[in-house]
Design a protein around this ligand. Structure first.
Ligand code: FAD
Length: 502
């Protein structure tokens, strides 16, 4: 009886996390479960979070959402990767592009061949061997037709999309399938005297909403998981000191680039996320090094077009809840923790938390081992992403005090090992909990100036001339293919333009 699946689920919060949960739970649990979502118009949502990674496509597919319909409804553009401008040093740039880099010729990973050629002075920048990187920089997008050259890899992609429109889209989806929406501000949370579980929440107008299981999607404060249950927070500010962001949308500018740009500045960095109807921008910084006013002035000085709203400052603490599942509450989205949006991972973490809820079952009072495994999986996943983000900050050659301070931050042991293994001989081993592939790690390690000292024996054995010729052929092949693709903006106009505003 105790471990039964919850029959009544209450989701607290109607941001991206709340509506993604509502849509997925109603889709997968169907009529057997009553799902209620509470959101407060007065509080609103965080209003940022518009760059994704390719896995979002699988989430939408699992819900039966048509991709073209999604792109039109959310004003989305395609994302082939992230450009990191100035992260190693001013003027330097590289992409963490989705998809493969180079070619596996059955003699070991491409990175070994590239790093040997690099040491011999025969290699181009790594991105010159990636279809996604070449297409991103050329502002191109594959048009969906079979690739003209079968020797060229496919182009994995994600999206930049309007988070408000996505939440509204998922709301229509969820409500049409039976999710009940209650608008109002929760002013009290009640707990069962015996179990300590949450039994209900009360809104400002005294409406009371109960539930067997509560999904806390209330944003950074964690209304249920922290303010009520006090599960505790692992603060990672000592590893990632940025604690603020200031965000503003601006008018679009041509060309419509199919990638996110993250540009390093004297204190922190600025994101640029192009949508069909506007561009999202924000600066991430540490307020011990720069004031909000200075960060805002810096942001406004680096926009593509006129600002479309007043800049908004957001304060955050990097880290994660010690327990994402405690009592009968599961925290999802910002309520479960936060990592700055450098690699666009937060929406993905919502998705994996939903997958975890479905895998473990939205159970009432599970065995302690079940809840412990759930929480451990979440912790491992967050920690691997944290390491990846720390790498971007740590390996820099910039002169400013903020960046110098980043170089002397402590490193997690897991990251020390990863860097040492790669630097010595190009070793990369993917941990099971690691979201990012070996290719992703390679691009950022090399992008941040960490190049293996040696390659494995097979790569060392290839005659230098053959190696150089092979790399050049690969680059020519990929460049030719990309040159035939349509421009990103033309592709959208032809296939998936959002309707013009009424
Ligand atoms: P919110 O959007 O804050 O929603 C909280 C909900 O809870 C709201 O509906 C609110 O009304 C409700 N609520 C709160 N209190 C109450 C109450 N008392 N009563 C009733 N309702 C209540 N992620 C990415 O994947 N890519 C990005 O590019 C990206 N960029 C980001 C940039 C910044 C600066 C920040 C801070 C985050 C970014 N994120 C990004 C993360 C992303 O914004 C979030 O993961 C995502 O929006 C989910 O937020 P949420 O739904 O958890 O919280």
């Amino acid at each position: 009886m105790d471990s039964q699946v919850a029959r009544s689920i209450t989701i607290v919060g109607g941001g991206t996390a709340g509506w993604m949960c509502a849509a997925a739970l109603v889709h997968f649990l169907g009529e057997n479960t009553r799902i209620t979502l509470v959101e407060s118009d007065a509080i609103g949502t965080i209003g940022v979070g518009e760059a994704s990674i390719p896995q979002i496509r699988m989430f939408n597919q699992a819900l039966g959402i048509d991709e073209t319909d999604f792109i039109r409804a959310t004003g989305a553009t395609f994302k082939l990767g992230i450009e990191f401008a100035g992260w190693l040093r001013a003027g330097h740039s590289y992409l963490h592009a989705f998809g493969d880099v180079g070619r596996d010729i059955g003699l070991g990973a491409f990175r070994h061949f590239w790093s040997r050629a690099h040491r011999l002075g025969l290699a181009r920048p790594l991105g010159d061997y990636s279809v996604n990187d070449l297409a991103a920089r050329a502002g191109k997008m594959h048009d969906g037709a079979p690739l003209t050259n079968r020797n060229v890899p496919q182009m994995p992609h994600a999206f930049h999309f309007d988070a408000g429109r996505y939440a509204a889209y998922l709301r229509r989806y969820a409500e049409s399938r039976g999710v009940i929406r209650q608008e109002g501000t929760i002013v009290a949370v009640e707990r069962d005297g015996g179990s300590g579980d949450i039994s209900g929440v009360t809104l400002a107008d005294q409406r009371r909403i109960d539930g067997d299981l509560f999904i806390d999607c209330s944003g950074l404060k964690g209304l249920l998981i922290e303010e009520c249950l006090g599960t505790g927070f692992d603060d990672w500010s000592h590893l990632l000191p940025a604690n603020s962001a200031v965000a503003v949308p601006c008018a679009s500018a041509a060309p419509l680039t199919p990638y996110t740009r993250a540009t390093a500045h004297a204190v922190g960095w600025q994101w640029r996320i192009p949508l069909q109807h506007r561009t999202g921008n924000g600066r991430v910084y540490c307020n011990a090094f720069i004031s909000d006013d200075e960060a805002t002035a810096g942001l406004l000085a680096h926009l593509d077009g006129a600002p479309l709203a007043d800049p908004r400052v957001i304060r955050f603490t990097t880290g994660r809840r010690r327990q994402a599942w405690s009592h009968n509450v599961i925290a999802v989205g910002l309520a479960s923790g936060f990592l700055e949006p450098l690699e666009s991972t937060s929406i993905h973490l919502i998705q994996t938390m939903i997958a975890r809820i479905m895998t473990f079952g939205p159970m009432l009072r599970p065995a302690p081992a079940v809840r412990a495994a759930f929480n451990r999986q979440f912790a491992d996943e967050m920690e691997r992403i944290r390491d990846f983000i720390v790498l971007h900050y740590r390996a820099n050659e910039r002169e400013e005090p903020f960046w110098q301070a980043c170089r002397s931050l402590p490193l997690p042991d897991s990251l020390v090992e990863k860097i040492d293994l790669f630097r010595s001989a190009g070793h990369l081993f993917r941990d099971q909990a690691d979201l990012f592939s070996e290719v992703g790690w390679m691009q950022v390690l090399i992008g941040q100036g960490i190049v293996p000292a040696t390659s494995h024996a097979l790569a060392e054995a290839v005659p230098a001339e053959d190696l150089g010729n092979w790399l050049e052929t690969l680059h020519t092949l990929y460049s030719r293919e990309v040159a035939a693709y349509p421009a990103h903006a033309d592709f959208i106009a032809r296939h998936c333009a959002a309707p013009a505003p009424q």
